[in-house]
Design a protein around this ligand. Sequence first.
Ligand SMILES: Cc1ncc(C[n+]2csc(CCOP(=O)(O)OP(=O)(O)O)c2C)c(N)n1
Ligand SMILES: [Mg+2]
Length: 199
Amino acid sequence: MKITAESLRSFEERVADSFNQAKIRAPIHLHGNNEKQLIDIFNSIKSEDWIFSSWRSHYHCLLKGVPEEQLYNDILSGKSINLIYPDYKIYTSAIVGGIIPIALGTAIGLKRKKSKEMVHLFMGDMTSETGIAHEAYKYSLAYKLPIKFIIECNNKSVCTDTMKVWNIKEYTLKGMPNVEFYDYDLPWPHAGAGVRVQF
Ligand SMILES: Cc1ncc(C[n+]2csc(CCOP(=O)(O)OP(=O)(O)O)c2C)c(N)n1
Ligand SMILES: [Mg+2]
């Protein structure tokens, strides 16, 4: 089935409703207002490519081909923050920066095998300013690894202004080779869906 901005949005709304009705007994992190950007990005990602992402990955999973009901049931069972689908080559971690060395290692392996496959590594703005992101980026350029860094910028780390934390006027990796950067205005809270749910 073709994925559209509307189908992505209605998936997140369904998850949000389930969370607010206390049907999901674990954290969720929703995406929104970035549907068009992600659909464009995934248009140039091949099914044999590898995706690495974070706690906020429902859209990435859908766009990489994970069936909607399978994803929804996994979220319902509490796996929203660490969704892993080897069959669809998408791996995520809820640890800030945790997935980066795994993505980098995969890119090293692909290069050694002379594979045509690519790694697409998604991260938030704060994650992109961490030391591990910068080391991995430096290494990937120096060794010409098949990895692209995609920075999804909502200008926030939980409730904190990322630029203010680092006292910077521009994001460090923005505009650099092998980096795709997009801004979006997250319409949801950092986590959850707006209702305080008591498990
Ligand atoms: C090592 C570690 N430290 C702290 C946290 C708590 N934490 C979860 S998401 C997050 C903010 C990350 O911000 P950003 O990379 O911009 O991603 P966003 O949530 O905005 O998409 C933090 C601090 C964590 N998950 N892992
Ligand atoms: Mg952010």
